[in-house]
Design a protein around this ligand. Sequence first.
Ligand code: ACO
Ligand code: BUA
Length: 458
Amino acid sequence: MEERKTFCKMSDVASEYEKKLVTADEAVKVVRSGDRVHYGLFGGIVRDLDLALAKRTEELENVLVMDTIWNYPEPPAILQADPQAKHFKYLSTHMSGLDRKMNKQGCCWFIPVQFRENPKYMAENVGPIDVAMFQVAPMDQYGNFNFGPQLAEYWGIMKSAKKVIVEVNPCQPIIHGMQNTINISQIDLVVEGQARPLPNIVAKEATAAEKKIAEHIAERIESGSTLQLGIGGMPNYVGQKIAESDINDLSVHTEMFVDAYVHLYKAGKITGNKRTNKGKMVFTFAMGSQEVYDFLDDNPMGYVAPVDYVNAVEVIAANDKVVSINSCLQVDLFGQVNSESAGLQHIGGTGGQLDFVMGAFQSQGGKSFLCTPSTRTNRDGSVQSLIMPTLPQGSIVSAPRSATHYVVTEFGAVNLKGKSTWERAELLISIAHPRFQEDLIREAEKMGIWKNSSKVQY
Ligand SMILES: CC(=O)SCCNC(=O)CCNC(=O)[C@H](O)C(C)(C)COP(=O)(O)OP(=O)(O)OC[C@H]1O[C@@H](n2cnc3c(N)ncnc32)[C@H](O)[C@@H]1OP(=O)(O)O
Ligand SMILES: CCCC(=O)O
């Protein structure tokens, strides 16, 4: 990005806005064949600009378009216009269910990332970003546009962006925090988009196994903890269990802000009495129901910050009793955790899972929990154990065995830190489904990681 003035004089703000204001169709004319375009993050991904770019499909070749998680119900307009990916290649640094579907159809690719490092990848590694587009709230009297409840790697993207286009969405809430606005002087073009509510992500109801998992975790949370909860029915149910318990004096330092925090706040459980950013609920993006966005709107307790701050291991660890709760897909008997793939099929990125696993462990009195139901019923009706001897071919190790702290299934929670290979095998088998335990013991014996065997049996 060329050097830009940081701020506009207040008297210039309105005229600068008028000069830069164009329609979506005019704005996307800056995109050329071969360009790399960023579409924005989470609930700030552009819609009107996507529709306008789709109209140019036939005249463009080899345009790379990046996002994080596409959360709208229908695919991007550019891919509806170009389902064979002949003109646009779509790339995601995480992937939602819909991104996964597009991936299976061959028109969406994954970029593996460690979430805290995303700003640096965007600034220095992906190559120049020719056009960065993202949604913002309407401009204020000082010429600043609020990014809404998503910040993560925006400033990294801005460092390498040659052109910056904002799509104003009056439904973007105003979020308090650090580096949470961009000035009109830092923007090339402004498009006034439609007022579109942010994606309403309602957590699934927790299953019976997830409820048991949540209970095992809630038993291990002490008053005075700082929480990081992931997405889904299980973390939400943990929130519900805490709200009903006598656990008190909780704080929030989390990657993603979800509904559970609103419920905990309403139950009087959040005091914000932690060491860093006292009184603030710190996050790098919010994704939840409309209640989350309404709660955070102009709420001085909310504090959005860049992901290289929020997810930095030392920043997480600076608070005491950090409790990190995330889901995974499979765990092997060494304690290696796969949260990303079913064999070769990509499911979702690891995001900030490892950042919080490491940060929580380093925090005084901290704990991280990686959770999975003990079994999965496949489409053909067969049941498989998700505690397995080794991860299947093609699986991704998201948390290495050296990092894994607590693993939780509906049968209990075990702490693997400092444990030998046979102790790990024993602990993990103790929380596997009973119908698979004998098989797992036999496999552990063959692998040389059972107490009475120290040699691999070929
Ligand atoms: C966003 C945050 O959580 S912030 C904190 C840190 N980040 C993370 O922890 C990221 C890593 N974790 C994740 O991405 C998620 O928690 C996941 C993918 C592990 C689980 O997410 P959930 O929403 O609980 O999974 P869900 O049950 O909806 O399954 C998602 C997909 O994975 C498939 N799947 C789930 N479990 C398995 C499994 N054990 N084996 C194979 N496939 C599986 C499902 O079939 C589904 O596929 P489909 O939508 O293509 O049919
Ligand atoms: C994009 C990051 C989301 C996650 O951590 O899962």
